[in-house]
Design a protein around this ligand. Structure first.
Ligand SMILES: Nc1ncnc2c1ncn2[C@@H]1O[C@H](COP(=O)(O)OP(=O)(O)OP(=O)(O)O)[C@@H](O)[C@H]1O
Ligand SMILES: [Mg+2]
Length: 379
């Protein structure tokens, strides 16, 4: 039995494969387990995905969408002058995964797709439609991301999750923040979401935006506001390329600040490069991170638990690498959170450890939905 799990993220898509209940293996695509979730509409009408899309975006950024997951409610995305259904854009990303599985010589018997815990029926239906359109799966099993993350934590050596024990999952990715408290059930290997909440507008992209605004206040930029405005709302190919390059340099600089105390970010001419320190970044994003930690605290309250009752607080998602995240959690909850070398991969890997029982895929999908989501008022 070969099971494939796919975590379609705002910034990155991660796929993992398990054969006959063995240890999950991350699927390398273009040499990396993290595939950018981006799409680019080529001249011939095909959609390039991931690193190919990122590369071509430099040529014509108007045909590029870096984060289709953030556009899930839009119905269509304008790429150049063509309106592309969001489902088709997501399907292109999933098709890239399916193609790689086939290229590596494997079929799959079951496909599991993860989704933010707060996604309602409409968004989950769009995800399933994309899986069908891509040819990846007709009946994918849907699993809430925090449930997958908790399952992964349960398998970490030195941690584990005893029966009835509960875990807080703090997932800060590219586009969304998800907080959840997940309990391992007493019987079987199932998990239940005791409480969950999310901030759909908080993730690494917002920190990139905070840095962009900070740069806009620096002296060399302030001296030439018209040129900067052209860069923020690029209308011609040259400005679009410069804006695209700047977006990448800002993101890379932000990520480097998790490892180094300061970085220099290159700006396109006529502007001078910008020096940014980690403490400056911390000041830019502290209020947002506090909001996320406050929501984590309220979510634990909502589950009827105290921090001391938990088996741990598990940090998931690339933005949880920011050192201030662990510090604010320590201050707010009095608990040292658990982190992993590659927090972007916990959800895809964990989805494979989850036992979904012997029901049919459609029934399991419904069960996973009921376990994790489904409240009123959700998209
Ligand atoms: N070292 C780092 N420091 C700060 N941020 C980082 C670091 N590494 C990655 N990130 C950020 O993590 C984000 C991507 O994380 P991840 O792949 O977990 O998100 P995602 O799953 O695509 O998004 P979501 O779960 O919100 O849909 C990006 O914004 C990226 O810049
Ligand atoms: Mg994610």
């Amino acid at each position: 039995m070969r099971v494939l799990a796919v975590d379609f993220g705002t910034s990155n898509t991660v796929a993992a494969l398990a054969v006959d209940g063995g240890a999950p293996r991350l699927l390398a695509i273009d040499g990396s387990p993290l595939v950018p979730s981006s799409v680019f509409l080529a001249d011939d009408g095909t959609l390039a995905v991931g690193r190919d899309a990122d590369r071509q975006a430099r040529l014509d950024p108007a045909r590029f969408e870096p984060n289709p997951k953030r556009r899930i409610d839009d119905g269509e995305i304008l790429l150049g002058s063509t309106a592309v259904p969001v489902v088709t854009a997501i399907a292109a990303v999933l098709r890239r995964v399916a193609g790689e599985v086939a290229r590596q010589g494997g079929s799959v018997d079951e496909v599991r797709l993860t989704h933010p815990a707060r996604w309602g029926r409409r968004r989950r239906t769009a995800l399933v439609a994309a899986a069908r359109e891509s040819g990846l799966a007709e009946e994918p099993v849907l699993i809430p991301e925090p449930v997958a993350a908790a399952t992964h934590f349960a398998t970490l050596s030195g941690h584990g999750l005893a029966e009835n024990a509960a875990l807080a999952v703090y997932d800060l990715g590219g586009g969304t923040f998800d907080a959840a408290v997940v309990r391992r059930r007493a019987t079987g290997s199932g998990y239940e979401v005791l409480a969950e909440a999310g901030l759909p507008d908080l993730g690494g992209l917002d920190f990139d935006q905070a840095i962009r605004e900070h740069i806009g206040r620096t002296s060399s930029v302030a001296a030439d506001p018209d040129e900067w405005a052209r860069l923020l709302a690029p209308a011609d190919p040259a400005s679009r390329r410069a804006a695209r390059a700047l977006a990448t340099d800002i993101r890379d600089g932000k990520e480097a600040l998790s490892r180094y105390p300061h970085v220099d970010i290159a700006l396109p001419p006529p502007f001078a490069d910008v020096h940014l320190t980690r403490s400056e970044l911390d000041d830019l994003i502290r209020a947002d991170l506090r909001r996320s930690v406050d929501l984590m605290i309220r979510t634990i309250d909502g589950a009827g638990l105290r921090a001391a009752d938990l088996a741990g607080v598990y940090l998931v998602g690339g933005s949880s690498r920011i050192p201030l995240v662990a510090r604010l959690i320590q201050e707010g909850l009095g608990v040292t959170p658990t982190t992993l070398d590659q927090p972007e991969t916990s959800v895809a890997t964990g989805a494979l450890y989850l036992s979904t029982g012997a029901a049919t895929p459609a029934a399991r999908s419904a069960a996973a939905m009921a376990a994790g989501t489904g409240g009123p008022g959700r998209a």
